[in-house]
Design a protein around this ligand. Structure first.
Ligand SMILES: Cc1cc2nc3c(=O)[nH]c(=O)nc-3n(C[C@H](O)[C@H](O)[C@H](O)COP(=O)(O)OP(=O)(O)OC[C@H]3O[C@@H](n4cnc5c(N)ncnc54)[C@H](O)[C@@H]3O)c2cc1C
Length: 414
């Protein structure tokens, strides 16, 4: 790096992308280094703020719970005002981009999953608002022949158990495959096809031919892989269709759209993005990080900045390492507080409980700097964001992208 950056962000998942964007908006010269795309591309492309309480009960009004969360939880460390500030930031940048994410402001909404469950979520792309499902009596479940990650009958079975869908009339319509009839297809493959002119025409014509006018439709996420919505809008205008896309198994088209949106915004802000590069070591002096290093087969490459944000994910993303008896953060080798006895890392029951390992991560202060056992910051100019943080269990409490957004935005805004 020729001239020193103000900020070096490590990690290209949701937290890293948001941190880099929030910093660049604040006129900080920002560099982002990552070796992978993170879990955004496998998730639902929505921001879950808090979907379950400590007893694993459904949360309807997340802010009522956020105010009472344990003090080490990232939301408690930052406080409700900063949580709301991050959500407003995200609402604004997606609106300015032309692909607005919205929320109720108070209550969670619901997203359709591929097994016919309704998952609580807080912010979502505005045209994915599940309220149309509530309001409509007749709903079509749209499949495509050959799809192997979306099964209309599985949704039907799941919906039969949902109070919201009691007394509704569902009808399954399967569109013919756009390719050879024997091919197995994923939603991503069809979405990639629909992104092209030829695929777009195929979808619009086939949809109009097979789906009655003015209906509410639950479809797999096949309306393109870009964060733009011309196909849905045109079918709404010319055919009266209200299409809600379901989440699917990875790769997640909805997450990929959100990732593309954020990358577009970063490029527009002039953030340097260095991909396929892994930070392997650090240079630290007098409680300050002076540089981070990537390994390039033959040599180490040095990157320095005034400040650093580590958004490297958890065990899944590569940001954390677990060994027998020890778990730690991988860039600075910061140890997590873990039970000495390995058996106590997890509960005896596998499902339906909170495993202690789910909340392993870096312990931070209210500025998101790692702290030692006496509460003192370990590194003055390094902050942590996203899944690498300790004190919360994203899977159990359904807060993954919420904590990533809130911590990343506030880490970047200092
Ligand atoms: C299958 C699945 C589905 C999910 N669905 C949802 C959902 O619907 N809604 C929701 O809110 N949340 C969901 N989540 C949770 C959510 O995706 C994550 O909690 C959140 O996105 C974490 O983001 P992150 O940026 O902190 O970490 P990650 O997304 O893991 O990103 C970490 C990044 O850091 C990079 N990295 C790691 N180490 C290094 C290094 N040494 N050098 C350079 N780069 C490095 C990785 O390559 C990666 O790009 C889901 C998670 C999973 C696994």
């Amino acid at each position: 790096m020729k001239s020193e950056a103000d900020l070096l962000v490590v990690g290209g998942g949701f937290a890293g992308l948001i941190a880099a964007l929030a910093a660049a908006e604040n006129n900080k010269k920002t560099v982002l280094i990552t070796f992978g795309a993170g879990s955004l591309a496998v998730g639902g492309g929505v921001v879950d703020l808090l979907g379950a309480d400590e007893a694993n009960r459904l949360v309807i009004r997340p802010f009522e719970h956020i105010e009472k969360m344990p003090k080490e939880h990232p939301y408690s460390l930052l406080g409700v005002r900063k949580v709301r500030g991050a959500l407003s930031f995200f609402e604004r940048i997606t609106k300015d981009y032309g692909y607005p994410y919205i929320s109720d402001g108070v209550k969670n909404s619901f997203m359709v999953t591929p097994i016919g469950k309704l998952k609580p979520t807080y912010m979502f792309y505005e045209k994915q608002h599940s309220v149309v499902l509530k309001e409509s009596q007749d709903i079509i479940i749209l499949g495509v022949n050959g799809l192997k990650d979306f099964f209309p009958d599985l949704l039907l079975n799941g919906f039969a158990r949902q109070p919201l869908f009691k007394n509704k009339n569902f009808k399954v319509i399967n569109l013919p495959s756009p390719f050879h009839k024997d091919w197995d297809l994923t939603s991503f493959e069809i979405a990639a096809f629909v992104t092209r002119d030829e695929g777009r025409e195929w979808f619009k014509q086939t949809f109009k031919k097979n789906v009655p006018k003015s209906t509410v439709v639950i479809a797999p996420p096949i309306l393109g892989i870009e964060p733009e919505d011309s196909v849905r809008l045109e079918l709404a205008q010319s055919h009266g269709a209200a299409i809600i896309e379901s989440a699917t198994l990875p790769p997640s088209v909805l997450g990929i759209r959100l990732r593309k949106l954020l990358i577009d915004l970063l490029k527009a802000k002039g953030v340097a993005i260095i991909e396929a590069a892994k930070i392997v070591s650090s240079e630290v002096k007098a409680k300050k990080c002076l540089a981070l290093f990537t390994s390039d087969n033959d040599r180490l490459r040095r990157y320095s900045a005034k400040e650093y944000i580590i958004a490297t994910g958890g065990f899944f993303g590569g940001g954390a390492v677990a060994l027998p008896g020890r778990a730690y953060e991988a860039v600075f080798n910061i140890d997590f507080d873990v039970p000495k006895v390995q058996e106590e890392w997890s509960e005896k029951k596998l499902f339906g409980v909170r495993h202690p390992f789910g909340a392993f991560g870096v312990k931070v202060d209210s500025s998101l700097r790692a702290i030692d056992s006496s509460g003192e910051p370990i590194l003055e100019n390094v902050r942590f964001a996203g899944r690498i943080l300790g004190g919360y269990d994203f899977a159990a409490e359904k807060s993954g992208n919420g904590v990533a957004l809130v911590s990343a935005y506030n880490a970047a805004r200092g």
